[in-house]
Design a protein around this ligand. Structure first.
Ligand SMILES: NC(=O)c1ccc[n+]([C@@H]2O[C@H](COP(=O)([O-])OP(=O)(O)OC[C@H]3O[C@@H](n4cnc5c(N)ncnc54)[C@H](O)[C@@H]3O)[C@@H](O)[C@H]2O)c1
Length: 451
């Protein structure tokens, strides 16, 4: 077992080497490999034994008569937030019925700590692999005789999608396409595709909650990639009669969520006695579901839902970003009632390039299957704060840069926005410096760079 202080990060304080202006066309390619001041997270690092044993085993609460047509279940993104809850739930609730294979590329936000409790269980396996690799997907489907797929793996952070949108299209659209195609070739009895309420786009204040038949009108690269993935799902359902179910969930929060998302990020900022970084004016609202509740919803849909259907997983707990600040400041015992008090703990930053004001979906269809959220927002938030106070600093490694406003992520490497902007123009990529005008280096990333 590695020591805790060696586990988490590899800071790479390499000296900055500035790009020199090229002297002639003969030096047409320059490779800049220096990095500085980044954090590299290692999702394979384990918590120390003593600390890990204190972690609660968190699952959902439902249990159904197991399905006859399901035995070997592939869960993509199983080392990430929501899927790790679902993997723990299925593995521990149905030990004699379902074999669970968690399939994850181990991206920056993943950690094997999320499913470590299951290591050694006869009905659990972890497989590292990439959904955008047809070979990886084929291998895992065959090796484990998969009959059921729950597809969670995605680039899931809206903020990052504004700066790195190709990655979102690649993972969320192409990755989903690869899974669908491989599932078609392999043959499966059920494929549950996890989508989001964000595919519907902004819902004006006062407008009715949207049902599953509403049009999709995504507004940012993340939600557009999720909507595009749904189009592939729909096509495979029609063209190939693939047994698909799509779910569109509200925002989910709870223990195990990577602290790039607002609730865990704010908890960890308060834990570090830092100001909360609120984008824009803090007025946008979201509806929040506790992680245990979405697990119950997915378990319900798996056992009682109909193939070919779309289900909203919806709550009515609608909270603005400013409300989240108030609630968390209250839980940390910090004064927040007056604007002066609030100013001491909250810093308003630039907003996203575009931010939907609210999402609002109607959950009647799933309620008919007898699922209802059980955890109130206040209860869920209290439980979440307790978990992060104990484990937030160690679960993923050094999250200092994650807790800044608009950090930049490449692979498992993270910078603050300011550090990234100060890097040599195209740190780490091959530059085409043929296009030199007025001492400026015009760059384009060349195919094959860094391979
Ligand atoms: N978190 C929310 O509030 C929310 C709400 C609605 C829907 N969703 C959807 O639920 C799913 C899970 O969201 P989350 O918040 O748990 O995400 P997350 O970011 O915590 O986890 C995503 C996981 O996918 C893995 N992954 C990424 N690219 C991969 C690839 N190419 N191959 C294999 N694995 C890969 C990552 O390593 C990570 O473990 C996503 O599809 C997301 O769109 C999330």
């Amino acid at each position: 077992m590695l020591e805790l202080d060696r586990l988490w990060t590899t800071h790479r304080p390499y000296p900055l080497r500035r790009a020199k202006p090229p002297t002639g066309r003969t030096r047409s390619l320059i490779r800049y490999t220096d990095r500085r001041n980044s954090t590299v997270l290692n999702p394979r690092s384990y918590l120390t034994e003593d600390l890990w044993k204190q972690a609660p085993i968190l699952t959902g609460t439902t249990r159904f008569e197991p399905r006859e047509d399901a035995r070997n279940i592939l869960v993509t993104g199983g080392a990430g937030f929501i899927a790790c809850w679902f993997v723990r739930h299925l593995t521990l609730t149905y030990p004699d019925h379902y074999n669970i294979v968690s399939f994850d590329k181990l991206d920056y936000c993943a950690t094997l700590n999320n499913t470590r409790i299951l290591d050694g269980r006869a009905n659990f396996k972890f497989e590292q692999g990439d959904i955008t690799s047809p070979a990886d997907v084929k291998r895992v489907l065959r090796k484990h005789h998969i009959d059921t797929i729950f597809h969670f793996a995605a680039q899931s952070h809206v903020d990052l999608s504004f700066g790195n949108s190709y990655q979102f299209t690649n993972t969320n659209v192409y990755g989903t396409h690869v899974l669908l195609e491989r599932a078609r070739e392999h043959g499966i009895s059920r494929f549950v595709h996890i989508s989001t309420d964000e595919v519907y786009g902004d819902v004006p204040i006062g407008a009715a909650d949207l049902s599953e038949t509403s049009i999709l009108a995504p507004t940012n690269p993340y939600s557009a990639s999720k909507a595009a993935a749904e189009m592939m799902v729909s096509a495979y359902r029609k063209s190939f009669k693939l047994p698909l179910i799509t779910v569109r969930s509200n925002n989910v929060y709870g223990p195990h969520q990577f602290p790039e998302k607002i609730i865990p990020k704010f908890i960890m900022l308060l834990q570090r006695r830092r100001k909360l970084l609120v984008h824009g004016d803090g007025s946008p609202t979201r509806r929040y579901l506790y992680a245990g509740d979405i697990v119950d919803a997915l378990d319900t849909i798996f056992h009682k839902g109909d193939i070919g259907q779309i289900y909203n997983i919806a709550t009515t707990d609608e909270i603005s970003n400013t409300d989240i600040c108030h609630k968390l400041l209250g839980l940390f015992g910090l004064a927040h009632e007056t604007p002066t008090n609030l100013e001491k703990s909250v810093q308003y930053t630039e907003d996203r390039p575009f931010n939907d004001q609210r999402y609002a979906t109607d959950g009647t269809k799933l309620a008919a299957l007898d699922w209802h959220p059980k955890t109130s927002f206040d209860d869920g938030l209290r439980r979440t704060v307790e978990w992060y106070r104990k484990f937030g600093e160690v679960w993923w490694g050094d999250i200092s840069r994650v807790l800044t406003s608009f950090p930049v992520v490449e692979g498992t490497e993270i910078w603050t926005k300011e550090e990234h902007e100060a890097l040599p123009s195209e740190d780490g990529v091959l530059l085409d410096v043929d296009n030199v005008a007025d001492g400026m280096i015009q760059t384009r990333t060349l195919p094959g760079a860094l391979e």
